[in-house]
Design a protein around this ligand. Sequence first.
Ligand code: NAP
Length: 265
Amino acid sequence: MDVYGLIGNPVEHSLSPPMHEAGYEALDLDARYVTFEPAADAGAEAIAAADTLAVDGLNVTIPFKQDVFEAVEPAPLAERIGAVNTVDFSGETPRGYNTDAVGAVRALAHHDVKLEGTAVVVGAGGAGRAVAFGLADEGMAVRIANRTASKATTLAAEVDGATGHGLDDLDDLLADAEVLVNCTSVGMEEDATPVPESALHGDLSVLDAVYSPIETRLLRDADAAGATTVDGAWMLLYQGVEAFELWTGETAPVEAMNRALRARL
Ligand code: NAP
């Protein structure tokens, strides 16, 4: 039996176990997906222990993404992003990947969004970093806007062709943009949005990384403005699909995994 799982603290509300197990069931794979909750300072030890116990793959969430990055050999994209959310133990040494970037790209592609022109990424934390690199690698001109503008400028200096801004620039930035991705946590705790309603328009495709609630105020506003909307569960799904495919070598049963995920949101 293959063993995959998630390390995080806390992990009890994670949607990854039902999503991955639905995938194993659909493909009749002899595999399980379990959650582990090591102490907050024990990320590197957890990776070493998983390697010793011949665990096949691990997802990594808060607060371990940084510690685990240092405990594995990061793949080139994870190296640039500076964080790892997926570890593969099939080689000589544990190898770290960041599937959030590909998750956002595949979520947009699933909705036939053309990744051409300008993308505005709001947020410069973990998700913002991953999505900025992911969209730039697709050839998009990336504009990063963040509450703390200096963080956006610092990130932009690392991403090919990107520029960094404060949130006050959003009206101007979005006027010429094709894609908008919210990578802040705004909209999660309360019915709020980091993007002024006036900046949204019908030529935009809008992905909100926030998936709880599934319909955020940003997505409601975007829909009212005639934009294409993509909810955060699609990004969550495709970061999991990417990890599933990396670990198993199989094409993931996306429909089955999506059904299992949405049944729990
Ligand atoms: P993070 O590293 O803590 O970054 C948080 C970001 O939100 C920063 O850019 C921060 O700006 C901004 N922010 C926080 N409160 C704000 C406010 N009141 N007004 C304006 N900006 C604010 O978090 P993260 O890991 O990037 O996660 C961000 C969101 O993405 C979370 O909701 C998370 O659940 C979601 N996410 C979803 C997926 C998915 O698969 N769907 C994957 C990863 C993350 P400052 O720099 O100014 O503090």
